[in-house]
Design a protein around this ligand. Sequence first.
Ligand code: LLP
Length: 421
Amino acid sequence: MDHFLYKNGVLHAEDVSVSEIAAQVGTPFYVYSAATLTRHFKLFDEALEGMDHLVCFAMKSNSNLAVLKLMGELGAGIDVVSIGEYLKAKAAGLPGDRIVFSGVGKTRWEMRQALEGGIRQFNVESEPELEALNEVATALGVKAPIALRVNPDVDAKTHAKIATGKSENKFGIPIATCRDVYARAAAMEGIDVVGIDVHIGSQLTQLEPFELAFTKVAELTEALRADGHNIRRLDLGGGLGIPYERSNEAPPLPVEYGDMIRRTVGHLGCEIEIEPGRLISGNAGILVSSVIYLKHGEGRDFLIVDAAMNDLVRPSMYDAYHDIVPVEEPVAGAEQAPVDVVGPICETGDTFAKGRNMPALGEGDLVAFRSAGAYGAVMASEYNSRPLVPEVLVKDDQFAVIRARPSFDEMINRDTIPVWL
Ligand code: LLP
């Protein structure tokens, strides 16, 4: 459930009319609902009730400072994958001991910054990374808390580009050989082994792959404890999917996911961390755009809108489905006709939807791309010299621009022409 509903014939974000925001901010823009973000965080937090736990929001899904501040105030931890994300989390007020550092290619410089600034744990993905971290921590005279990210060789049954838990993927250390790596880690002066980490992929729509992976993690916990390691924390990653196509998708609920966690690893007495991103932010955001033209092509109609693949890349990158709805509520029983919804960018791939049934729309009409709060604004670019679109946060009947649209001058002046040219 989210808080984007029609009221008095107009799509609202909570109690704010989306067309009102459009009039003030101009299109395209992202708008997020604080109530939806809060609700989704709490669903996870409550799903893990009774277990010592920390829900670490994966900020790669949405890294606006205001969203991070909201998460921090709710008591969330944050999962970061670069020093840029780490510094943003800190800037939003998150204490270091609630920040988990994931990612397959952390540099020594990033490790040092995080150790100096405070960190809850590094999720280490390879032996070379472990050695580098040991050296950096030893030079600083500290011990780096770590979990090794294990690769359980489980098929997440999701899009190949976002599946991470098979042995052929670049992620993690093979679960079968990781006991040796744990032994090496335990002997290192700059390393404190605190737990195990696993993340098998994103947009999972079934619980079975998680269950398979977590069962392997439970067995590994017992084996490592028998080896003498004090395994006290399990980071189970993120990945629970959301219903993009609401009419025919119903992924498992956080409460079912929580019960499965209790069932698979609950008996171990470990502190549980999870790293959800999409389920918290995805349906908490929409991308609002205006129709530029309705173009009649040969055998098909194109609805050309002012948002494009540079603003929301998921449809072109993953063939992802996003619901597209008019901001003005269509009258009941209004006729619908198939259109290709496309952006103005000079690529055929700049297509949001093909043959999508939509009510009659024309120049100036507003449309909203739903489920765009995760991996939307964060993946945007300025391709075709289109400035990044603004972000707006709504709470009850108030809204604020939480990232302004850059001016064309700002965009142009970021480049410099060498004196010798
Ligand atoms: N933890 C780790 C280590 C991750 O790599 C990810 C996502 C997450 C947590 C959060 O997963 P989530 O709960 O959001 O599924 N750009 C793609 C998604 C890439 C996901 C990358 N890793 C998309 O638009 O579908």
